[in-house]
Design a protein around this ligand. Structure first.
Ligand code: AHR
Length: 499
């Protein structure tokens, strides 16, 4: 098969906000305990953080990490996780039916983020609590000194404010599973009042209002419009969450998941702009896709979990090669929409539906989905160019005309690099992709990285952690005004040029 990608340096989608490569760590399963934090592990540092995990997080170059939930945040008392560890209460945690020891809280997580070279996106509890708790937490984190909560932080050994810039106003408040779930009216009002006082206390912060829990919620659309009607003047972003999966083992359809993501983004953008028009506002609300990933492999195992354990193996999806291809197409889709998607969080980062896995007391390793994320996060910085693609297409039961090639190009003027990310969705044929380089005539190939595997279900496990890894022997030839890249059947490709 043949396909063509035309790019023009004057036609950009927009500047990529690096926070599009964010991630998420929730108090859930082994994300915190025996994930990032395991004091008895041989690689633990002075605070009990696993250095082998930090090393993998660094490879992903994650600029921001959402914390502490997720569903967890809607029942969380942040005060439980500060001060002397021996005095912290153990709680029955109702979102995931486990025991929360509170050994790690806001102070420790801030410190972990520093050590992992990332920032925190902090969520507040608008489930069981409200504006007062959010105000106090903000004062604890960001107020310099001389008040009750800022001096409490200092007494705990943190003289400097944490200066957290991005705050989420609750989590998935439309979901019946959410502790303290609300109607759009109820949530819109409380989010508005919370946002108002938070910005009074620290006008430099940015706020994210909760959108629908997924594109498939019955209230989707109406929820966003109502919430934004209440909060428009006080918030900066609306959240999108969506998880994808292949429960029916229909790989062709599964590989088209990014079409759903694209529709979701376009719909939410339209709703934001509808409210903007109704309000005759100059302000634009942007999108925070702060939970996205594949999640389905662990569903059955999780149904059998015994309740009230500490740090059980929960939501531990073992990702295969086709999952990595889907994650690649989802990343390309975020880049293609970077004019409105300013933040996104791969949910999650360690052990819980995550690119990084750990063994208690043992190894840490990269799952298959680690690689497309690592490549885009490292090479997908700069400006995304609007891709004009001609490619053959296929139909699934639900979607028509799915292109075999999903692709986008990113130009980094500082580094003088042009990078093309491309997935070949065909399960049978390779594709000769012609990349029009008329605007980059002297482009030289740096490398063509490929992630491929004959077995779509191949995984990386503790004993075979290098089963699915990228190589850089991809076949790309560069001519005067074009390059030709061979995209092998079902493969993820990163074609890097010096310009
Ligand atoms: O990431 C796992 C869960 O998925 C989060 O806690 C919740 O927000 C979503 O439903």
């Amino acid at each position: 098969m043949k396909a063509r990608l035309i790019i023009n340096k004057d036609f950009s989608v927009g500047e990529i906000d690096k926070r599009i490569y964010g991630s998420f760590i929730e108090h859930l399963g082994r994300a915190i305990y025996n994930g990032i934090y395991e004091p008895s592990h041989p690689s633990a540092d002075d605070m009990g953080f696993r250095k082998d995990v930090i090393e993998l997080v660094n490879q992903l170059n994650v600029p921001i990490v959402r914390y502490p939930g997720g569903n967890f945040v809607s029942g969380y008392n942040w005060e439980d996780g500060i001060g002397p560890k021996e005095k912290r209460p153990r709680r029955a945690e109702l979102a995931w039916h486990v025991i929360e020891t509170n050994e790690v809280g806001i102070d420790e997580f801030q410190e972990w983020a520093k050590r992992a070279n990332t920032e925190v996106m902090q969520a507040v509890n608008l489930g069981t609590r409200g504006p007062d708790e959010a105000r106090n937490l903000l004062e604890y984190c960001n107020f310099p000194k001389g008040t009750y909560y800022s001096d409490m932080r200092r007494a705990h050994g943190f003289e400097e404010p944490f200066d957290i810039k991005v705050w989420c106003l609750g989590n998935e408040m439309d979901g019946s599973w959410q502790i303290g779930a609300k109607t759009a009216e109820e949530y819109g009002r409380i989010a508005c009042e919370t946002a108002k006082i938070m910005k009074e206390l620290d006008p430099s912060i940015e706020l994210v209002a909760c959108g629908s829990s997924s594109l498939f919620m019955p209230t989707f659309g109406k929820w966003e419009a109502t919430v934004l009607e209440h909060t428009y003047d006080y918030v900066d972003y609306i959240s999108l969450h969506n998880y994808y999966g292949n429960p029916n083992n229909d790989t062709k359809a599964y590989l088209a998941s990014s079409i759903d993501m694209d529709n979701f983004i376009k719909s939410v953008t339209a709703i934001c702009d509808y409210v903007k028009a109704v309000k005759k506002s100059d302000k634009t609300i942007n999108l925070s896709f702060d939970e996205w990933n594949i999640w389905f492999h662990s569903n059955e195992a999780d149904k059998k979990l015994e309740r009230w354990q500490i740090a059980p193996h929960q939501l531990e999806d073992v990702y295969n090669f086709e999952d990595a291809l889907v994650v690649g197409t989802l990343l390309i889709t975020l880049l293609k929409n970077c004019d409105r998607v300013k933040m996104a969080c791969l949910a999650q980062l360690v052990n819980v539906i995550a690119p990084i896995m750990t063994e208690n007391g043992g190894k840490a390793w990269a799952q298959t989905i680690f690689y497309p994320f690592m490549h885009t996060s490292n090479y997908g910085r700069g400006v995304a160019l609007a891709p004009v693609v001609s490619s053959d297409t296929y139909d699934t039961d639900r979607l028509k005309k799915v292109p075999y090639v999903e692709t986008v190009a990113v130009v980094n003027d500082e580094k003088k690099e042009l990078t093309v990310f491309a997935v070949n969705r065909s399960l049978e044929e390779s594709i000769d992709l012609e990349i029009d380089l008329r605007d980059y005539e002297n482009a030289e190939l740096i490398e063509h990285i490929v992630l491929e595997h004959e077995d779509l279900k191949a995984t990386n496990t503790v004993d075979n952690s290098d089963n699915v890894v990228p190589h850089n022997n991809g076949a790309t030839s560069v001519g005067e005004r074009a390059a030709n890249a061979i995209l092998n059947k079902h493969s993820w490709n990163v074609i890097r040029f010096k310009i």
